[in-house]
Design a protein around this ligand. Sequence first.
Ligand code: 5MY
Ligand code: ADP
Length: 302
Amino acid sequence: MFKVPDHQVAGHRASQGVLGPLIDDSGRFYKPLQSDERGSNEVVFYTQFSSNKEIPNHIRKFFSVYYDTQLIEASDGSGLLPHLVLEDITSTRTNPSIMDVKIGSRTWYPQASEDYITKCLMKDRQTTSLPLGFRISGLQIYGSEQSGYWKPDKKRVLGFTAEDVRVVLRKFVSSNSSDDFGTEPDCAFAAAVYGGSTGILAQLLKLKAWFEDQTIYHFYSCSVLMVYEKEPILNGKSPSAAVKLVDFAHVLDGQGVIDHNFLGGLCSLIKFISEILKDQPHDLTKDNSGSEIACANDCNKI
Ligand SMILES: O=P(O)(O)O[C@@H]1[C@@H](OP(=O)(O)O)[C@H](OP(=O)(O)O)[C@H](O)[C@H](OP(=O)(O)O)[C@H]1OP(=O)(O)O
Ligand SMILES: Nc1ncnc2c1ncn2[C@@H]1O[C@H](COP(=O)(O)OP(=O)(O)O)[C@@H](O)[C@H]1O
């Protein structure tokens, strides 16, 4: 039985007569192939990536498992349509807080049409992509059973300024984030979610170390998805914080050159998150001995 995902925060959404992803009860996410080359590009990427022996295992876990394509009834009622069958990143979490961060100051690739470049450039200029090297594309933050989620609409999110981004990254790990911008975020969950040897910062640093070296792919308009659960933290358990990459409709051959557009945006996001941890009563970018929790040149330590 297919249904519309409860926890999608960005991208094309399924609704009455509109094409978008679906999920099932077995933990799979079905993304419809877009009719132009974007759909086939993403299939080519997942197929090639799945069998690429050059991808280290500690990097493979940043990507959803790819199961193949499957013909299923499209959400817009247009009939059978091929869908990418992926691991549903949210299926094992009850009340996930999720943020989709589109990485890169430039979301267009050099070979794109002039019209496409103009459209993307306009969005990159109007959002924080140009000044920060990334933009928040969508998010939901779980508050409590009473307050539910804070899930600002797309227009609001795309209007975030650099200062808004700073605040939202703090709200994401706060216990008082269920309203709009009225309250100063308390960052109560920063240590559990962003910090530590398995937290989001450590994961982003692992990813960064790979991007400093890999010249296989250039990821345009690709997002980092940050996901965690608040309730386990309150019960002294791990928030299962995860970093995943999504959206590979515009991945190009790296042709032996590093992906400086993605790497730059990733470094910028890392800096924002590091600063939140540094602002905590004990500098959480350091362990008990005072060493950095993660070192870009020695990523296997974390
Ligand atoms: O349709 P829009 O204007 O909402 O743009 C989509 C983007 O939404 P945005 O406004 O940037 O949040 C959307 O971005 P998100 O996934 O929401 O970050 C995609 O970039 C999408 O393009 P593609 O399927 O990756 O080629 C974009 O779709 P296309 O317009 O390229 O079909
Ligand atoms: N494998 C996945 N599991 C769960 N949610 C996903 C997965 N892939 C994407 N999503 C959700 O769908 C949104 C849009 O995905 P994306 O691949 O960027 O679609 P689009 O090409 O329409 O922009 C993401 O922000 C996320 O909320």
